[in-house]
Design a protein around this ligand. Structure first.
Ligand code: GLA
Length: 676
């Protein structure tokens, strides 16, 4: 017999010799054992630490409810590992559970997904619970995913063990799944030379405070702006489109904005609501964190403001230029080793906060940003120190709030870090709310509008009370960090809190990380993000459908055509900025397919046909799932194209990890397209 000699027969791993013998004698093939801990785990993603071979994530022996295992992989929720299986893969077996080194805390769910179908779920597993056995048939499976999700209570202490985990194979061993390489493609049409007015239809500001608004408008410059029915307390610079002055007395002001150039003109309604509520639509802008970390400087921040104008981002509505942590001083620290220019006293002899040497003139910086019609933001923490170990506001809250206002800042992100050290544990709800209520009240007392962003990771169900303590937005979970393959999961979780979201009160699932971002494992030096082009479009579609704050946190000095194409689609942004402020509801269609359905103020629905899976899928939006019937006009939001009037349902082939974003329904008669 002329036997082929496949490469895998020549491998030395385990027992190739008996296999050759079996083939030669015609006996049934004995399956070979391939241990999970022998595979290349560099692509295993996890929420904390690194995958450990034959040890827990804490580098202790793998132990589940007192049972010790000699082999396996210790990981930490949220953990994802994708494997390509070859012909001859037969079974995957393992014993899973929370490692005893978690110290009695944590809770997780183990899942095995085979070609997009969930073939094992452990259910909620807690520490001390005996290991659960997995035995999964792999015949005909091409893509296997091993997932550990948090048990719904965050990822703290979620030490998860894939113990005794092995494959039986009659062929090549499983290999880490390499996502298909996708060339960047452009969905957003190039803006024309004629004026197109963008930005929200409704805008909140507090009476008697300084007013600043730059009319977002695309089109060739020079352009001349006008504003009909502009209150007398405001003035418009007709060449730049920047409106300044003092917010008029309490009330609604129906203004018509317009812009004209040699190619045409455009106008749209703009309602100024002078009252207590800011951020009537989700905030948009840039935040330095995921790119520059502790390397941020005054010059980089000014550059970000310049680029926001020069790149056209401001013309579609981005307007906050926000500093995150590390603009203040830190103490010398042998572990973190802050740069010497950031080490110094936290405060002067009067208790005033001292910015570090990279920020020589905070007022000058805010003025610089304002001169472009943009707004300035900064960050601190209610604890004695921020998350990165810099000066926090503890016991200096009133002085700091006044200082931020005196410098001219328009936005404060208020973290939680190190406040945990000054409260009792477990922390009762009113104690958890206290620092935010205090700062919220102080910001309201300042003679300028300061948007207040709570960054306490969703503790105490912050979405239920964030607005009550003066917040305009709040993080609903921990840092998105670099686990960007979790964007669908994060979006689904964030949507669970949709009922609490309303104009002026936004759930915040963290920043948009596309283009060049920092590198999690290195020194944070910006590099291209790991998401495929489709995933980057999905990021933006999901955040638009959730009406989440849109803060780009990539490198403004490395904005390429593709990244701008993703960030600057005025119709996608209009879905995000819709004045109803609704977060989409989820319609589950399968393990990987779901719809996100968002009502728009003009009666249409924005719908995302979502595929969170690893392979392309056909996804169907049935009108009955949208609460519609009959025939409906459908529009492709990214491409700005009408797709026709469609009866009953709309079906789309959705790429791996993709979202097809459409609107369904007709806009009110007579409404110009550019006004959408
Ligand atoms: C926390 C926040 C991040 C960032 C850092 C700064 O981790 O969640 O968004 O502000 O602190 O240290």
């Amino acid at each position: 017999m002329n036997l082929p000699s496949p490469v895998w027969l020549r491998r030395t791993r385990n027992s190739a010799a008996p296999l050759v013998l079996a083939l030669a004698t015609g006996a049934a093939l004995a399956a070979e054992t391939v241990w999970l801990d022998t595979l290349d785990l560099t692509s295993m993603r996890q929420g904390w630490g690194r995958p450990q071979l034959n040890r827990s994530v804490r580098e202790k022996p793998l132990t589940i409810a007192g049972q010790t295992f000699t082999r396996g992989v210790g990981t930490h929720a949220t953990s994802t590992y994708r494997l390509s299986l070859k012909r001859g893969s037969e079974r995957f077996t393992a014993s899973v559970g929370v490692d005893d080194s978690a110290g009695g805390a944590g809770s997780v769910v183990f899942q095995v997904i085979a070609d997009g179908k969930r073939v094992f779920s452990s259910g909620l597993m807690k520490p001390g619970q005996a290991a659960k056995r997995i035995d999964v048939d792999l015949r005909d499976v091409k893509l296997l995913q091993l997932l550990v999700t948090d048990g719904g209570d965050g990822v703290n202490f979620d030490h998860a063990d894939w113990a005794d985990a092995k494959f039986s194979v009659n062929g090549p061993p499983p290999a880490p799944h390499v996502p298909p390489v996708e060339a960047p493609y452009l969905l957003t049409p190039k803006p024309g030379p004629e004026p197109r007015l963008n930005g929200p239809a409704v805008y909140g500001a507090r009476p008697g405070h300084p007013f600043l608004y730059r009319i977002p408008a695309q089109g060739a410059r020079p352009m001349t702006f006008a504003a009909r029915n502009l209150p007398a307390t405001l003035r418009l610079d007709t060449a730049t489109g920047i409106i300044t002055g003092t917010t008029p007395p309490r009330g609604d002001y129906a203004i018509t904005l317009s812009a004209r150039n040699t190619h045409g003109d455009s106008s749209r309604a703009f309602k100024l609501v002078s009252g207590d509520t800011l951020s009537l639509t989700p905030q948009m802008g840039w935040n330095h964190w995921y790119t520059h970390y502790n390397r941020i400087t005054d010059a980089m921040t000014r550059e970000a403001a310049d680029v926001m104008i020069r790149s056209g981002m401001a013309d579609v509505g981005y307007d906050y230029v926000n500093l995150d942590d590390c603009w203040m001083n830190a103490e010398p620290d042998a572990r973190r080793k802050p740069d010497p220019g950031r080490i110094g006293p936290f405060r002067d002899d009067k208790g005033g906060l001292i910015p570090n040497t990279h920020f020589p003139d905070m007022k000058g910086l805010a003025d610089y940003i304002h001169a472009k019609g943009l707004k300035a933001g900064l960050y601190t923490s209610p604890g004695p120190k921020t998350c990165a170990g810099f000066a926090g506001a503890y016991l200096h809250e009133a002085q700091d709030a006044k200082q931020f206002a005196d410098w001219g800042f328009d936005f404060l992100k208020y973290d939680w870090c190190s406040y945990g050290g000054v409260v009792t544990k477990p922390t009762p709800l009113d104690e958890m709310q206290k620092p935010y209520r205090l700062m919220g009240d102080l910001l309201c007392q300042q003679p300028r509008d300061i948007v207040f962003n709570l960054c306490q990771y969703g503790m105490g169900d912050v979405w239920k009370w964030g607005a009550e303590v003066g917040g305009h937005s709040w993080r609903t979970a921990g840092d998105l960090g670099f686990e960007l393959d979790r964007i669908f999961e994060v979006a689904l979780k964030n949507c669970e809190h949709r009922d609490w979201q309303k104009p002026g009160a936004w759930n915040d699932p963290d920043y948009i990380q596309i283009g060049y971002i920092g590198n999690a494992r290195g020194e944070g030096i910006p590099e291209p993000c790991a998401l495929t082009p489709t995933e980057q479009y999905s990021f933006m579609s999901l955040w638009a459908l959730m009406a989440s704050p849109l803060f780009f946190s990539g490198d403004m000095s490395r904005l390429d055509e593709f990244t701008l194409n993703v960030l600057c689609n005025p119709e996608v942004i209009a879905v995000n900025q819709d004045q109803l402020g609704q977060c989409a509801r989820v319609v589950r269609l399968g393990d990987d397919a779901f719809l996100l359905v968002k009502d728009l103020a003009d009666g249409r629905k924005a719908v995302g046909l979502c595929n969170a899976g690893e392979t392309p899928l056909t996804v169907t939006a049935k009108w009955s799932d949208l609460g519609l019937a009959g025939s409906q006009p459908v529009r492709d939001v990214w491409r700005h194209q009408e797709l026709g009037v469609v009866a009953g349902e709309f079906r789309a082939d959705v790429r791996r990890r993709g979202v097809v974003l459409i609107t369904v329904g007709a806009p009110p008669a007579g409404r110009a397209r550019s006004e959408r």
